[in-house]
Design a protein around this ligand. Structure first.
Ligand SMILES: NC(=O)c1ccc[n+]([C@@H]2O[C@H](COP(=O)([O-])OP(=O)(O)OC[C@H]3O[C@@H](n4cnc5c(N)ncnc54)[C@H](OP(=O)(O)O)[C@@H]3O)[C@@H](O)[C@H]2O)c1
Length: 281
């Protein structure tokens, strides 16, 4: 697979940045060069020579999507724009790679397989559901469903590390359960599916390892980084009590990895990748 046949959309986000590192010769654009919500811009873009469109663009502000303005933007970027990209991919015979989320579920199932019915409880989740369906309009497509993404930029691991290093003992949600997904793992899985010509369709992808809470992850961060701070548990309900404009979150976010493992993909435990990540900080 030649990098020059790849086009990365939403190239400045967490995943987009990691993809650009993996494929340095890939063409790419973020919103300034290609606003994917603009139908004409997507239709008229110079897609010549592109065989793989990887969509790393998204409206990811989960609480922002609950506002009147955010709701419109979330559907524009996460749903309608994906239909434009599917159309563009079909017009040039390209493969469309798109990224989905555990937020398409209500989180009542402990372990989400690719077969589970969609049941979003937030506007962001509903907009991503619509995007998954829009992506399936592409004749050749991969939908990678992931959760709790950690890459470059502001993220949970960095926030907790900074708090701990400042001497703050944080109170962290302990009833949302899942696994981290480092962008390195997402990039590895995308490359695996594309280079090995795996069957098109939907694949769950997170790092492997135990499913734990955000509070447990914080303890692991402090353990690895030798930060001597206690982490107090709190329920999601108590954490958000009295705050307005907060989107409901699924309590169980664990994605079942059997399908991608059966295809031959080898996962890395999130605890191992967390060590690598913190060593680079
Ligand atoms: N982050 C998570 O925990 C998580 C969990 C599950 C699934 N996912 C999914 O994983 C994917 C990658 O997420 P991420 O964390 O890398 O997201 P991110 O860091 O928020 O990056 C998204 C990128 O898309 C760009 N973008 C927004 N609107 C656009 C538009 N109209 N046209 C072109 N680009 C636009 C953003 O630009 P601006 O910054 O300028 O707006 C940003 O650079 C998304 O599909 C997301 O839904 C993420």
């Amino acid at each position: 697979m030649q990098d020059s046949k790849i086009f990365i959309v939403g190239a400045n986000g967490q995943l987009g940045t990691a993809l650009r590192k993996k494929y340095p010769k890939a063409k790419h654009a973020d919103i300034d060069e290609l606003d994917i919500t603009n139908k004409k811009s997507v239709q008229n873009y110079s897609w010549q020579g592109i065989e793989y469109i990887i969509n790393a663009a998204a409206y990811t502000d989960v609480d922002g999507a609950e506002t009147a303005q955010g709701r419109v933007l979330a559907y524009q970027v996460n749903a309608t724009a994906v239909a434009y990209l599917s159309e563009a991919a079909n017009s040039i015979g390209a493969v469309l790679v798109h990224v989905s989320t555990d937020y398409v579920f209500d989180g009542t199932q402990k372990n989400h397989t690719e077969e589970e019915s969609l049941s979003p409880i937030s506007v962001y989740g509903a907009s991503k559901v619509a995007g998954d369906i829009a992506c399936s309009l592409a004749k050749k497509h991969y939908i990678i469903r992931t959760s709790w993404v950690i890459g470059e930029g502001k993220n949970f691991v960095r926030t907790m590390l900074e708090l701990g290093q400042k001497g703050i003992s944080p109170t962290v949600v302990s009833d949302q359960i899942g696994r981290l997904t480092f962008t390195s793992e997402l990039v590895k899985a995308i490359d695996f599916l594309l280079t090995k010509n795996k069957d098109y369709g939907l694949y769950n992808l997170t790092n492997s390892g135990p499913s734990v809470s955000w509070a447990d992850i914080t303890r692991e961060i402090y353990n690895i980084a030798n930060v001597n701070q206690k982490v107090a548990n709190i329920s999601t309900q108590k954490y958000y009590q009295g705050k307005t404009g907060i989107a409901p979150r699924p309590l169980s976010s664990t994605l079942n990895l059997d399908k991608i493992h059966s295809a031959g993909f080898k996962s890395i435990d999130w605890r191992h990748e967390l060590k690598n990540y913190l060593n680079k900080e």
